[in-house]
Design a protein around this ligand. Structure first.
Ligand code: GDP
Ligand code: MN
Length: 397
């Protein structure tokens, strides 16, 4: 389970990592009150479970509480990479002297937690690895030994923080960094995280070390040990991925505009590839699984169509355990009543395909096309999608 930045920062604070005073706001008025309570200037930040908010305009520095209200009004209406913004974090702003990167991540190939540090934060670590490998530390943490002192020293050495960098309380930035690395390790271990990332971890103009961002993922299999976090996940009802999860769907929002619904991860992934090869971009990954009934299909449509970015819906089913007529019933159930304002392309093959196609033909849903093959369905969907915006506009830095 991914946590929002503000939840991650609460965990950071409890673990002893340095974070700035902040408040969550769900309306411009709340953002204004929050800004007035904090020391100005403040930063208003979109709370969505995706990176690249800065580049998407979801992070704004505001000099007054009025500006904070205006920024919140803009940001609360945004959809960032398929994620609608339903709340913002209003946080005291700082002047940044250095941006660093610090993370502990479960490295599947190494089967250990990996401590990753970069002396250049705020940018892609992959990019730093290519350009300036000396600025990067990647060190596996033995789960039995835990984090060792030499690993902390490696990070501090790579950071290259001079003695002149010290906070107002006199704590050298070097020492603060060592403390932060240890605190992040404790948090990762104690919260059953698979990822604890701070990007950027900054040294401010006054020499203080502060976590400006947080990205925390908790292992779903350990959520029973973290009742508080689980409760919060359930409280976020508007959260599309949580809703999909509840309905038993595998759903991931992507940044294109073609909504994809299929049965089986392999089929969905190959459909997404086919879309890309045909010059389109998928808006999501939605797998209804094998043997899905009409209600599950209806739930999947509900989730996908709630994404504003979707300009075409592509349904690709290869019926094995799944019956195509069940899927068709789900489509009729949702599209037949409410109707949708986007074109729908359907491909049905395999188990009960003929019955499914007949059901769709009888329903006569406006804007719905049954394609004769998977390839043709993709072609029709890509052709029907709105002209895609330049990919650079959506990519993360
Ligand atoms: P992300 O783009 O989703 O990773 O969002 P971040 O929280 O990392 O914010 C993006 C960028 O906004 C950071 O890299 C900083 O450069 C900038 N930023 C965030 N908070 C502050 C702040 O308090 N002061 C200033 N000057 N910049 C900030
Ligand atoms: Mn960030």
């Amino acid at each position: 389970m991914d946590l929002l930045e503000h939840t991650g920062k609460s965990l950071f604070a409890s673990a002893g990592l340095p974070v700035l005073p902040s408040r969550v706001a769900r309306s411009p008025a709340e953002a204004q009150v929050a800004a007035a309570e904090l020391r100005l200037p403040v930063v208003v930040k979109a709370q969505v479970k995706t990176g690249g908010r800065g580049k998407a305009g979801g992070v704004r520095v505001c000099a007054t509480d009025g500006e904070a209200a205006a920024a919140a009004a803009d940001i609360l209406g945004m959809t960032i990479r398929g994620h609608a913004v339903s709340c913002v974090l209003v946080e005291q702003a700082v002047e940044i002297a250095r941006e660093l990167y610090l993370a502990i991540s479960s490295a599947r190939t190494h089967r250990v937690p990996m401590l990753i540090f970069s002396a250049e934060g705020g940018v892609d670590v992959e990019e730093v690895a290519r350009r300036n490998p000396g600025a990067l530390v990647r060190t596996p943490v033995d789960p039995l030994l835990g984090l060792c002192d030499y690993q902390v020293r490696d990070v501090v050495a790579a950071a290259g923080l001079g003695p002149e960098l010290a906070g107002p309380d006199g704590t050298p930035a070097k020492q603060a960094l060592a403390g932060a690395v240890r605190a992040l390790w404790r948090l990762y271990r104690d919260s059953d995280a698979t990822l604890c990332e701070v990007n950027p971890l900054v040294v401010t103009a006054t020499g203080e070390l502060v976590c400006l961002d947080s990205k925390v993922t908790i292992d779903d299999n350990a959520l029973f040990r973290h009742a508080d976090l689980k409760a919060e996940a359930h409280a976020a009802k508007e959260d599309r991925e949580a809703r999909a999860h509840e309905a038993g769907l595998s759903f991931v929002a992507l940044d294109g505009d073609i909504g994809v619904l299929g049965n089986g991860a392999g089929l969905v992934m190959s459909t997404i590839d086919q879309i890309a090869a045909a010059g389109g971009a998928a808006a999501d990954f939605c797998d209804i699984g094998g043997g899905a009934r009409a209600e599950v299909v209806a739930a999947a449509l509900d989730v996908i169509l709630s994404m504003e970015a979707v300009s075409v819906l592509l349904v690709s089913i290869f019926g094995g355990i799944t019956r195509c007529d069940e899927v068709a019933r789900g489509l009729v159930q949702v599209l037949g009543h409410a109707g949708v304002d986007v074109p729908v392309v359907v491909r049905l093959d395999g188990n009960a395909a003929a019955e499914g196609r007949a059901l769709l033909a009888d329903a006569g849903i406006p804007g719905l096309t049954v394609a004769p093959s998977a390839g043709e369905a993709v072609r029709l969907a890509v052709a029907g999608a709105a002209a895609p915006a330049g990919p650079d506009a959506r990519r993360e830095g």
